[in-house]
Design a protein around this ligand. Structure first.
Ligand SMILES: *[C@@H]1O[C@H](CO)[C@@H](O)[C@H](O)[C@H]1NC(C)=O
Ligand SMILES: *[C@@H]1O[C@H](CO)[C@@H](O)[C@H](O)[C@H]1NC(C)=O
Ligand SMILES: *[C@@H]1O[C@H](CO)[C@@H](O)[C@H](O)[C@H]1NC(C)=O
Ligand SMILES: *[C@@H]1O[C@H](CO)[C@@H](O)[C@H](O)[C@H]1NC(C)=O
Ligand SMILES: *[C@@H]1O[C@H](CO)[C@@H](O)[C@H](O)[C@H]1NC(C)=O
Ligand SMILES: *[C@@H]1O[C@H](CO)[C@@H](O)[C@H](O)[C@H]1NC(C)=O
Ligand SMILES: *[C@@H]1O[C@H](CO)[C@@H](O)[C@H](O)[C@H]1NC(C)=O
Ligand SMILES: *[C@@H]1O[C@H](CO)[C@@H](O)[C@H](O)[C@H]1NC(C)=O
Length: 394
């Protein structure tokens, strides 16, 4: 991690924070999208899927993770290799090096999600000691499902009590059961071919002491305040969430630690490949058995099965009330971004990124010149944090 000194100055702005406004702390987009992620580099030993989640060098040389001509990130299943019986197909699983604490908002803008028989993609979050520390599944679906399914996974004691204005349907309420506490999206075009033909859409996830709330907007309904240049968001302006998990029956700070963001695509495995699920969501092969998903799709050249097995992502952004990110060590908090929603009168806009000289490093709104210019006196607690950061930099 590289944080510039102005990041330390930004820490001093914490006292000015207005709760309710969340400010950009990290952005993954454009040519820098793939900066700041770890690649799994092993076969799927988590969900029994028939993939190898390749390392960064293979993902790059085989063009399984790259930025396309439109400036969007593509993360895909290998659809050019012949896979012999008993082998697995290459795919990608990436996890952010940064951790985002309670008090964060995550936004993803995608044009296309992976779909097709055997395909099981997810955009989700997890803690450093996962499965302890909670999991938020923001985008997840299998095979030819036409809607997105959201879920929390926690230790025992967290249940879903959907708010009365929740848009979508709560399907399971016990967050510690194997399936988690699930919400099935009710709005159209949240997954599959429908999502792509509608031009994609946006999800925002508020990860807050008061609860976890997810919004989904199909392309034509995305609020104008959420766009590629947005540096501050206020979820209170977004109306009813599509899924809500109030803290009243799930104490967020007890069940969730800071979270990393994960993007992955597996094939078959515990959900997509389960015979009855495969039968229902890939009708055709009757009756399906435990090997159908693999035999019908994964082996051989895969060209027809995997033409749509890719994410196309415009950006992922993380916002935070305190401007806080927890470094990979989990020991130091730093604030690489500007810190308030409402700049003091007369100060310049907080939207420009003046940190690095424009080459390579992706610090989002980090090292923000405007934040440094607002200046403020470092208070003792901030100094203590600054010592931690110095250690991290050393
Ligand atoms: C999965 O494989 C990775 C890489 O070999 C290893 O670090 C990890 O402990 C394994 N996880 C499980 C659950 O087996
Ligand atoms: C990446 O994975 C490939 C295939 O397993 C392996 O040959 C290569 O050495 C790995 N590269 C690195 C840098 O680990
Ligand atoms: C939730 O599921 C877990 C695991 O199956 C179980 O131990 C627990 O009793 C369930 N909780 C409730 C409230 O049903
Ligand atoms: C983008 O969002 C910001 C607020 O986040 C807003 O001020 C700006 O007008 C929006 N831009 C467009 C083109 O809608
Ligand atoms: C969560 O639990 C902690 C104590 O473990 C308590 O201080 C806090 O108020 C609880 N939060 C909510 C929203 O109930
Ligand atoms: C399972 O189903 C596949 C077709 O999906 C078929 O090719 C295979 O022979 C079946 N296996 C068994 C053990 O029935
Ligand atoms: C593999 O792809 C080729 C075209 O490149 C096609 O002719 C062939 O039928 C495919 N084989 C299988 C087993 O799908
Ligand atoms: C492979 O997938 C890409 C999308 O990632 C698609 O554009 C291409 O047409 C696919 N190739 C084949 C041979 O289907």
């Amino acid at each position: 991690m590289k944080y510039t000194l102005s990041a330390l100055t930004a820490l001093s702005l914490q006292s000015q924070l207005v709760r309710g406004a969340y400010n950009l702390v990290r952005e993954y987009s454009g040519q820098n999208f793939f900066t700041g992620w770890d690649y799994y580099g092993s076969y799927d030993n988590l969900t029994n899927g028939d993939v190898v989640w390749v390392n960064q060098s293979l993902a790059t040389t085989d063009q399984l993770a790259f930025v396309n001509g439109a400036g969007n990130a593509i993360i895909k299943v290998d659809n050019t290799s012949f896979v012999p019986y008993n082998d697995k197909r290459d795919s990608v699983r990436i996890t952010t090096e940064d951790y985002f604490p309670v008090g964060s908002v995550f936004i993803i803008d995608a044009a296309h999600l992976p779909y097709g028989c055997s395909v099981w993609p997810s955009f989700w979050t997890k803690g450093p000691n996962w499965p302890i520390g909670g999991e938020i599944d923001i985008i997840e679906g299998v095979n030819q499902m036409t809607f997105n399914q959201m879920a929390l996974h926690t230790q025992d004691g967290c249940t879903a009590s959907p708010p009365s204005d929740q848009i979508s349907s709560t399907t399971l309420t016990n967050c510690s059961a194997v399936a988690g506490c699930t919400v099935a999206e009710k709005q159209p075009n949240s997954f599959g071919a429908g999502f792509a033909s509608a031009g994609g859409g946006v999800w925002a996830t508020q990860f807050d002491e008061s609860g976890i709330y997810i919004w989904f907007w199909t392309r034509s309904s995305v609020p104008s305040s959420i766009n590629s240049s947005t540096t501050s968001v206020d979820p209170s302006t977004w109306g009813a969430p599509t899924a809500g998990y109030p803290a009243s029956t799930c104490n967020i700070t007890n069940f969730f630690t800071e979270q990393q963001l994960v993007l992955d695509i597996t094939l078959c495995g515990d959900w997509a490949g389960e015979a009855s699920v495969y039968q229902d969501t890939c009708p055709g092969s009757t009756p399906a058995n435990a090997s159908s998903c693999y035999l019908d799709n994964v082996i051989n050249n895969g060209t027809s099965a995997y033409a749509n097995a890719y994410f196309e992502i415009s950006y992922i952004k993380a916002f935070n009330v305190d401007g806080t990110i927890v470094g990979p060590s989990g020991t130091a908090s730093v604030s690489p971004a500007s810190a308030t929603a409402e700049p003091p009168a007369g100060s310049s806009s907080a939207s420009s990124s003046s940190g690095s000289s424009g080459s390579g490093s992706n610090t989002a709104a980090g090292s923000n010149g405007a934040a440094a210019a607002w200046g403020a006196v470092l208070v003792p607690t901030v100094l203590a944090l600054a010592v931690g950061v110095s250690a991290l930099l050393a």
